[in-house]
Design a protein. Structure first.
Length: 700
C-alpha cells in the first residue's frame, strides 16, 4: 500500500464542506501572539453541532473503539498525517504520534480519513445507560387571560398539529400539564381523560407517579390528540386566575426526569403564585437603562431549576405570549441553561400570531433532535478556547451540557493565540455526543483547518464579516446577561471596532482625511451601528424590557446569518415586470419611492409598505379598500407582493404574520424603525461613519 503521509492535506472543496458546522471569523490567523494581540475583534468560530448534512457517514469502529489521541483525546480526521509506513498518525491538536489499532488499515475509503465531518457509533463506555426513548412534555397556561387572548387555543392547536412529527420517533412518550392557580396532570390511558389536580402548598408540589401520566404516543395518539383539541373548551367554562408557571415548570421537569427529554411550555402571564413567583420589576421602577444587572434573573429559582434539569438531560422551550410584563429576562435562564429556546409574541392574538406560533413549534419538533447531548471543542497547540456563547450549561472545564440539541442550536467559540505558530495550519475540532430519538448513541466530529500567517494584514483580507459580527453580538449579549451596564457594553462594542479599523489603517498608506476599510469588513461599521441600535443596547425607554430580553436571547442562540438579519433586516422593492424583487442596499426612509411598494421584516412580522403616490389602479389591485391592512388574493399585483412576502418567510425559515403599512399613517412607525441607516434610535449611519473615522485617525 502506498504511504498515506499526505492524507491530511485535502482540497479547498473538502474544507468548505465543513461550512455549516464551523464558521471561522477568518481563514488565517496571525502566527505571532505579539501581533495577534493587536487584533481587537474576537477570533473564533460559530458552530452548529447538529447541522444538517447530505449523506453524512456513520463509522462503527467495533471492538477497536474510536481512534483518538492518547494525549489530548481528539479524534482522527481527514487532516491528520499518517506516518511510519501507515502504522501511526500524528495528532493535529497536540502533535503526539499515535499507533493505529491492530488490524486497522488506513485508507481514503475510511470516512474518518477522508471527510471533515463524520459520525461515530458510540461504544458502551460513552454512556452511563442505554439511550432512553424521547419524552415530550407540553405545559399549557389555562388562566382566564390565556383563554381570552387565544393563547390556550393556539398553543393546543399547534401542539396537536405537531404530534405527527413526534410519532416518527420509536417509543416516543408524551405528557400534558395545565396550570392556572394550581397544576393539573392529565391522564389519558383510560376511556376519557382524567385530571390529577395538585393544589399549591408551601414547598415543592407533589408529583404523582408517572404511570399513566407519561404515555407511549404510538399507543395513545388519538386520545392525546382529542385531549389537545378539547382543552380550550374545558377551560372556557370556568374562571381561573393566572400565576403558577414556576410550579408547572418544576413539575414538568420532575415528571420526565427518569428519561430526560423536552418540555414545551406556553405562558401568557407573569408567574405570581407558588414556586418561582415574580414581581413586576418594570412597574416597581427596578429597571433603568443606566443601571447594572437589568437583564440578570430576579432570584435563583429558575437558574436552580435549570441546573437540576441538566442533570436529567431535560431541556425547556418557553413560548411567552404576553400582553403585559412577564420578566422574560428571568424566565429565559431556564431555556438558556438547558439548551432550549425562547420564543416571544408580544400582545399575542390568536388570529394574528397563531400561525407563527404553530410554525415555530412545528419547526422545533420536526427538526433533527439530539438527546442527552454534551459538547466539547478542542484547538491545536498555541490556541486556547477562552469562552463559549450560547444556550448550555458548563458541566466541567470545556464540557458543555446541551441536554437537547437540534439543527438550529448554535454555539459561539472565542479563542486566543498563546504561542507562535510554526505550522502552516492550525485546527479546531468539535465533538457532539448525543442520543438519537431512535435510541442510538452517536458522536459527531467536525474538524476545521485555519491557515496561519505572520502578517496581520492577511487576517483582514480573509476575515468573515458574518462570523465577526455574530461573535461581537454574542459577546455583547453575554456581557449584559452577566450584569453589565448597557452603556458600558455599548462602549466596548464601539471601541473594539475603532481599534480593529485603526490597526488596519496603520497597515495601509492612507492619505490624511480619507477613510479606508478592509474589503471583507467594509460593512463592519454599518453592522456595528446596527448592533448598537438593537433593542437590548438602546439607551432609550422606547422599547419594553421583555422585548429587549427576547432579542438578547436570540443574539445568544442564533447562527451567524440569522444574527446578521436581526441586526440589519432585509427590505425588498416589489417590481411589477418579469424581474424578481430586489433587496435595497441602504435602509434609509428617504431612499423609498412614494410610488413604490416595499416588503421588510423584523423578528415578529413582515411589513408591506405602500407609498402614498402608488398609481390608483395598482392600489385598487392590491387592496380591497383604500386603507385596508391586508392584501387581496385575486389580482396579479397582490400575487406579486404575496410572493415577495413568502420569499422573506422562506429565508427566515418560519411563517410570520404580515401587515400592510400606508405611508403617512400611524401604522408606519414599526416599519420606519427598520430604516436604521437613518437617525432611528440613535445616530444616522453617515454621521456615525464620520465620527468613527475621526476616532480611528486619532487612535492611530
Amino acid at each position: 500500500m502506498a504511504d498515506m503521509s499526505t492524507l491530511g492535506y485535502t482540497s479547498r472543496v473538502e474544507i468548505k464542506s465543513c461550512g455549516d458546522a464551523l464558521r471561522s471569523t477568518c481563514e488565517s490567523i496571525v502566527s505571532s501572539p505579539a501581533v495577534f494581540d493587536r487584533w481587537s475583534i474576537p477570533f473564533g468560530v460559530v458552530c452548529q453541532p447538529l447541522a444538517e448534512y447530505e449523506n453524512l457517514s456513520v463509522v462503527d469502529f467495533g471492538p477497536t473503539k474510536p481512534i483518538r489521541c492518547l494525549e489530548c483525546r481528539s479524534y482522527i480526521s481527514c487532516y491528520n498525517q499518517v506516518v511510519s509506513q501507515n502504522r501511526q498518525w500524528r495528532c493535529l491538536m497536540c502533535g503526539r504520534v499515535n499507533g493505529f489499532p491492530d488490524g486497522y488499515q488506513p485508507s481514503e475509503a475510511h470516512p474518518e480519513l477522508s471527510e471533515p465531518v463524520y459520525e461515530i457509533e458510540a461504544p458502551s463506555e460513552y454512556t452511563s445507560r442505554p439511550p432512553p426513548p424521547a419524552a415530550f412534555c407540553f405545559v399549557f397556561d389555562c388562566s382566564d387571560h390565556a383563554v381570552a387572548t387565544g393563547v390556550l387555543s393556539s398553543s393546543c392547536k399547534a401542539a396537536a398539529h405537531s404530534l405527527k412529527h413526534l410519532r416518527r420517533h420509536p417509543g416516543a412518550r408524551v405528557s400534558i400539564l395545565t396550570f392556572d392557580e394550581s397544576v393539573t396532570f392529565w391522564q389519558v390511558t383510560g376511556g376519557t381523560p382524567q385530571e390529577v389536580v395538585i393544589p399549591l402548598v408551601a414547598g415543592e408540589p407533589f408529583i404523582p407517579t408517572p404511570n399513566g401520566l407519561v404515555i407511549d404516543l404510538k399507543d395513545h395518539y388519538e386520545k392525546v390528540e382529542r385531549l389537545l383539541h378539547a382543552l380550550p373548551d374545558r377551560y372556557s367554562q370556568r374562571s381561573a386566575p393566572p400565576g403558577a408557571l414556576g410550579a408547572a415548570l418544576l413539575a414538568s421537569c420532575k415528571l420526565i426526569a427518569s428519561t430526560g427529554g423536552k418540555v414545551s411550555a406556553f405562558a401568557a402571564t407573569l408567574p405570581t403564585i407558588g414556586q418561582g413567583r415574580l414581581t413586576d420589576r418594570a412597574r416597581a421602577n427596578k429597571l433603568d437603562v443606566e443601571s447594572k444587572g437589568v437583564f440578570t434573573p430576579a432570584g435563583e429559582f429558575y437558574r436552580a431549576l435549570a441546573i437540576e434539569a441538566t442533570q436529567t438531560h431535560t431541556s425547556v422551550d418557553l413560548y411567552c405570549m404576553a400582553s403585559a410584563y412577564m420578566d422574560v429576562a428571568t424566565l429565559s435562564a431556564l431555556p438558556r441553561l438547558t439548551g432550549g429556546d425562547l420564543s416571544y409574541y408580544p400582545g399575542f392574538r390568536d388570529a394574528r400570531d397563531g400561525v407563527k406560533l404553530s410554525a415555530d413549534l412545528e419547526a422545533k419538533l420536526s427538526s433533527e433532535l439530539g438527546l442527552e447531548a454534551v459538547f466539547r471543542a478542542r484547538a491545536s497547540n498555541g490556541l486556547e478556547i477562552s469562552r463559549y456563547y450560547g444556550n448550555f450549561f458548563i458541566r466541567q472545564a470545556n464540557l458543555l451540557s446541551l441536554c437537547n440539541v437540534d439543527t438550529s442550536s448554535t454555539i459561539g467559540i472565542e479563542m486566543k493565540l498563546l504561542t507562535t505558530q510554526d505550522r502552516p495550519e492550525a485546527f479546531i475540532q468539535t465533538a457532539l455526543l448525543y442520543s438519537t430519538p431512535g435510541m442510538k448513541r452517536r458522536c459527531r466530529v467536525a474538524t476545521l483547518p485555519v491557515m496561519t500567517t505572520p502578517k496581520i494584514g492577511d487576517m483582514f483580507a480573509t476575515a468573515s464579516l458574518e462570523t465577526t459580527v455574530a461573535l461581537m453580538a454574542k459577546k455583547a449579549a453575554m456581557a449584559l446577561t452577566d450584569g453589565g451596564k448597557i452603556e458600558d457594553v455599548r462602549r466596548t462594542v464601539h471601541q473594539s471596532t475603532v481599534a480593529g479599523l485603526a490597526e488596519f489603517r496603520s497597515l495601509e498608506n492612507v492619505a490624511p482625511g480619507s477613510m479606508v476599510l478592509p474589503e471583507k469588513l467594509r460593512l463592519l461599521p454599518l453592522l456595528t451601528l446596527a448592533l448598537l441600535k438593537t433593542h437590548p443596547l438602546r439607551m432609550t425607554e422606547t422599547t419594553t424590557w421583555d422585548h429587549r430580553a427576547y432579542v438578547l436571547s436570540r443574539l445568544l442562540r442564533d447562527n451567524r446569518d440569522a444574527i446578521r438579519f436581526t441586526l440589519y433586516p432585509r427590505c425588498y422593492a416589489v417590481s411589477w415586470g418579469d424581474e424578481k424583487p430586489f433587496a435595497i442596499q441602504r435602509l434609509l426612509y428617504t431612499n423609498l419611492s412614494p410610488t413604490g411598494v416595499y416588503v421588510a421584516e423584523d423578528l415578529h412580522a413582515v411589513y408591506v409598505w405602500v407609498g402614498r403616490d402608488v398609481a390608483p389602479e395598482v392600489r385598487l389591485s392590491l387592496l380591497p379598500s383604500t386603507q385596508a391592512l391586508t392584501l387581496r388574493s385575486d389580482t396579479p399585483h397582490a400575487a406579486r407582493v404575496l410572493e415577495t412576502v413568502r420569499l422573506v418567510m422562506l429565508r427566515r425559515h418560519t411563517t410570520l404574520p404580515y401587515f400592510v403599512v400606508h405611508q403617512g399613517d400611524p401604522t408606519e412607525r414599526q416599519f420606519m424603525d427598520l430604516m436604521i441607516d437613518g437617525a432611528v434610535h440613535g445616530q444616522a449611519y453617515q454621521g456615525y461613519l464620520n465620527g468613527l473615522h475621526n476616532e480611528v485617525t486619532r487612535h492611530v
